[in-house]
Design a protein around this ligand. Structure first.
Ligand code: NAD
Length: 376
């Protein structure tokens, strides 16, 4: 099969869906690979590195005109103009963007959105949400440490003792757990909150303290269980009590990392303006939900400005909406491996393209086919 990989054109996107490592494996399986010149440069992969493993370096139209196109972000209208009818596009195609899916369907593209893969053991090696969230959690702490005007670790020096930074992590999925682990490695003391009770043990095993907000009603308990491992919106009664507990911790914190998301919905507000105003001057908030608040504004904090670093009430708010792109080389390496593992399902050895809807991962990821959006 002819497989093409274009240069990503979304603002700030520096990742690439193919690395020389994954290209080599696909070529060994008999596929022909084309990559757009410069597609890997922002992720430290040169054209020569692709050519060395047998990839043809072509222009945008050449890469987009393949039978199978590997992407990081959904194809733009301009990109779709070069994608041939009936071609397959695999990427993070944003299954919640009805308009984008409609555009792909109208172009008669078969789309596989990798974010829609189930959170099962078999799907783990192709779980792009996890591979990228892990990087975001790490980078969030590194950025916080960079913006923070004090040390993270406790230090005893001849010139006196420096206290360890207090870090609060709100939302402990994949990104939150990595944020805790990274802050711990830097020597901070950490407290964390999540709606899902199963998280407590994971937080404690990383040496952080869980902010307990007990469930008082059957409704609260049921909502907290979530669905498929994901959070559901919590009842207002619980959120009110969580707010009180979180507000106390945030006021005492030096650094707050927020990562709370609910798939397909606006990110919950966890740090209000009032809470920011109560923080110490010089504190830092990194909002991983930037751009995902109500109507795409704000994040877990309404003061967050998407893709900006701003100062409000003496607090630095970091609102990068694509942290994995700032660790482009490793993010691409892990993403490309996720893509390669998914391709094993639709390009079985010695067979052509096979879309087996009996396979739960293939069926879950399929978003457009035969001119139609297959996912509501
Ligand atoms: P996510 O990015 O969707 O959300 C981040 C976190 O925010 C979640 O832990 C969520 O519970 C939390 N959250 C939502 N609303 C909140 C609120 N009001 N207050 C505090 N926290 C709130 O999550 P994710 O990283 O994609 O992980 C979701 C789940 O999937 C986790 O349980 C994770 O362990 C699980 N998972 C399973 C697999 C697998 O089995 N293969 C792979 C990856 C992740």
């Amino acid at each position: 099969m002819l497989i093409g990989v274009p240069l990503e054109t979304s603002q700030g996107e520096s990742r690439v869906a193919l690395t020389p490592e994954t290209a080599k494996k696909l070529i060994a399986q008999g596929h022909t690979l084309r990559v757009q010149s410069g597609a890997g440069l922002a992720a430290s992969v040169t054209d020569a590195a692709y050519q060395a493993v047998g990839v043809d370096v072509v222009d945008a139209a050449g890469a987009l005109g393949a039978e199978l196109v590997l992407k990081v972000r959904p194809p733009s209208e301009a990109e779709l103009a070069h994608v041939r009818a009936g071609a397959v596009v695999v990427g993070m195609l944003n299954p919640f963007d009805a308009e984008g899916l409609q555009r792909m369907a109208a172009a008669n593209v078969t789309g596989f959105a990798l974010e829609a893969a189930p959170r099962t053991t078999r799907a783990q090696s192709m779980d792009v949400l996890s591979s990228q969230a892990n990087i975001a959690g790490y980078k969030a702490v590194v950025m916080a440490a960079n913006a923070y005007q004090r040390f993270f670790p406790m230090l005893m020096t001849a010139a006196g003792t420096v206290k360890a930074a207090k870090v609060v992590v709100l939302g402990v999925g994949v990104a939150g757990l990595q944020a805790i682990a990274t802050a711990k490695r830097l020597g901070a003391t950490i407290e964390a909150s999540d709606v899902r009770p199963s998280v407590k043990e994971q937080v404690e095993s990383l040496g952080a303290k869980f902010i307990d907000v007990p469930y008082e009603t059957a409704e609260e308990k049921e909502a907290a269980e979530g669905v498929g491992g994901y959070a559901r919106p919590m009842p207002a009664s619980w959120l009110e009590r969580q707010k009180v507990e979180v507000a106390k911790r945030v006021a005492a914190a030096d650094v707050v990392i927020t990562t709370a998301l609910i798939p397909g919905r606006a990110a919950p507000t966890l740090v209000t303006e009032e809470m920011v105003a109560a923080m110490k001057p010089g504190s830092v908030i990194v909002d991983l939900a930037a751009g995902r608040g109500a109507n795409g504004v704000g994040g877990n904090c309404p003061l967050t400005e998407t893709d900006q670093v701003v100062q409000k009430h003496g607090v630095t708010l970091i609102g990068h909406s694509n942290l994995p792109a700032l660790v482009a080389a490793d993010a691409s390496q892990l993403y490309a491996r996720n893509v390669l593992d998914f391709l094993k399902l639709i390009l079985p050895k010695d067979e052509g393209l096979k879309i087996d809807l009996e396979d739960d991962i293939v069926a879950a990821c399929l978003v457009t086919r035969d001119g139609k959006v297959t996912k509501p």
